[in-house]
Ligand binder design. Structure first.
Ligand SMILES: [Cu+2]
Length: 148
């Protein structure tokens, strides 16, 4: 049986495509995916901030839509993006990962990148976005991530 790239990711349960804005990869990938909704999120010391919202405010994402999360690191240090729940501060990750096999993405200072997901009904509910660079999560670099 042959799958398209998108069907394959759907069959895998969740995650999808990552890319660096402006790179060849993103151009190639976006040619194959129709985006239903785009959410722009700035990272900085020490916060996530959705465009048009306050720092640390909940990010709300619809299920069953192709959602692109565009990240812009407006800070001066590297940040990362984890999605899950039940933070494991010793392991620097979430004990429950929202969208395996997606694990995490690192974003250098000034960098931009995006993640595209299609979340399913079974994933609805309260999750969290967090940065697990040393001391960042503890300094408040997290935001509720709600799939509805
Ligand atoms: Cu960080």
């Amino acid at each position: 049986m042959r799958f398209t790239r998108r069907q394959l990711f759907k069959a895998a349960g969740a995650t999808a495509l990552t890319g660096i804005i402006g790179s060849q990869l993103s151009h190639r990938a976006s040619a194959h995916v129709d985006i239903d909704e785009e959410i722009v999120i700035t990272t900085g010391e020490m916060f996530f901030q959705q465009e048009g919202k306050a720092q640390g405010e909940a990010i709300r994402v619809p299920a069953n839509k192709v959602v692109r999360l565009v990240f812009k690191n407006g800070g001066t240090v590297l940040h990362d993006v984890h999605l899950g729940k039940d933070a494991d501060l010793a392991g620097r990750k979430y004990n429950t990962n929202l969208a395996a096999p997606f694990d995490m993405m690192e974003l250098p200072a000034g960098g931009e990148a995006w993640l595209t997901f299609t979340f399913e009904d079974a994933q609805k509910g309260e999750w969290e976005m967090g940065c697990f660079q040393l001391a960042h999560y503890e300094s408040g670099m997290k935001a509720p991530f709600i799939i509805e």
